[in-house]
Design a protein. Structure first.
Length: 424
């Protein structure tokens, strides 16, 4: 009979069976990525999310000409993967594999994750990954272009060796942990003796009521509900996100009666920062940036790897509050749930969705421009959409209370007497 331990060990080995390849970041211009070849799929994880400039990965060769036949490659441009063949030092064949869309792409925990089946049926030019491989030739290149891969500003060919992956301990446990001990270690006690019965005591009898009962309500409740922490007592916190990107925090509060949101953003006092709402990529995303003279707050629609355009009719009500303390700048903004061209917070505020995607970034100075750091994120909604009313205290009639007490005592006495009768 196969033991549970053996089955679990075999399952663990099957799960981790994969070849992992991870180049030294010093050899790839400071980049960090791993290639994991599993039993049926291959995953490429690139640290730092989808990059702002186009990048490419070639497989099977360390040179672009691929020993004369070209090298299969995938390039990331316009936030999407494109499969092609490289044909020489700076020539790309985008035609031969134009119909291939085998890689999926997503951002997860600040990383770009590419996934593809190991073998592609009907595509002889698509590189086939093998999970038992101990070596893998690759090409890694980056382009100065932000939209499409047009010439590289860095390129390297590497022959990688698979790195060790943790293996589970599969040695059989000692016999003592699998076999029963045979003889019980404690002599059973004799439980067949006569049961001990207890006669009801005089105190079981109901007593007469002694004056006015004290169970009546004592008046108004003495504990008032505490206010929900927020920048304003009229608002309730719905989303709190710390370090969406390093040093940038966001809290989103709501006032349901007025259908307004209060957005509290904090970030560096000596550099611009911003947060986009409802998406994890820049293109077409509504964002709020704090920039220039340290007090300028701008609503904008971001473009693909670009600043985009400022909203002509902003949604912000009144003048944003901007304060600075300990080199941290905090901005408080009020706006309605929904406004033209701005992100519609209605679904979040009315509990139609449970989380909010965001993207955050900061610069190297207060002059708005290319970011020094960025990261996507997602935060769960912490507010609910119940009525929020507290039930009024239930009053108790004194006469009903006395009657209930007498009934409870009589019933208890009956149960005890019945139990004694059954045992006897």
């Amino acid at each position: 009979m196969i033991s549970t331990y053996t089955v679990l060990a075999a399952f663990a080995l099957a799960v981790i069976k994969a070849a992992r390849f991870a180049p030294d970041s010093a050899n790839v211009n400071g980049a960090s990525f791993t290639i994991d070849i599993g039993t049926t799929t291959t995953t490429l994880t690139y640290s730092g999310g989808i990059p702002n400039n186009a990048i490419g990965f070639g497989f099977g060769y360390t040179t672009m000409d691929g020993a004369g036949s070209g090298t299969y490659a995938v390039v990331i441009e316009n936030d999407a993967p494109t499969e092609l063949l490289t044909e020489g030092s700076r020539t790309l064949d985008r035609t031969t594999l134009a119909g291939q869309n085998n890689w999926s792409i997503q951002e997860s925990n600040g990383n770009m994750v590419l996934t593809r089946d190991n073998t592609i049926s009907g595509c002889s030019l698509c590189f086939a990954f093998v999970d038992s491989a101990t070596s893998l030739d690759i090409i890694y290149a980056t382009s100065a272009s932000t939209n499409s891969f047009i010439g590289h500003n860095f390129k390297v060919g590497l022959s990688l060796t698979s790195v060790a992956t943790p293996s589970p301990t599969t040695s059989e446990p000692s016999a003592a942990t699998n076999s029963p001990t045979g003889v019980p270690t404690m002599t059973p006690t004799d439980t067949t003796g006569s049961p001990t019965t207890m006669a009801p005591t005089a105190t079981m009898a109901p007593t007469a009521a002694t004056g006015t009962p004290t169970v009546a309500p004592t008046g108004a409740p003495t504990m008032a509900p505490t206010a929900t922490p927020s920048a304003d007592s009229d608002y309730e916190a719905c989303v709190t996100a710390s370090d969406v990107v390093s040093g940038v925090d966001v809290t989103i509060n709501r006032d349901s009666s007025e259908e307004t949101v209060q957005i509290v953003m904090s970030g560096p006092a000596d550099a611009w920062f911003g947060v986009g709402f409802g998406a994890q990529t820049m293109s077409g995303t509504y964002a709020i940036t704090v920039q220039e003279d340290t007090t300028t707050v701008v609503e904008r629609t971001l473009a693909h790897w670009a600043a985009g355009s400022e909203l002509t009719s902003g949604s912000i009500v009144g003048t944003p509050s901007v304060t600075t303390s300990n080199n941290v700048r905090t901005v408080v903004i009020t706006r309605p749930y929904v406004s033209d061209d701005a992100y519609d917070f209605t679904d979040l505020m009315e509990c139609n969705i449970d989380s909010l995607d965001m993207i955050a970034a900061f610069g190297s100075s207060n002059s708005f421009g290319y970011h020094a750091g960025k990261s996507p994120g997602s935060s769960d909604r912490i507010c609910d959409c119940g009525t929020g009313t507290t039930p009024a205290p239930t009053s108790v009639d004194p006469a009903e209370s006395v009657a209930q007490s007498i009934f409870n005592a009589a019933f208890t006495l009956f149960v005890v007497c019945f139990a004694v009768y059954v045992v006897a």
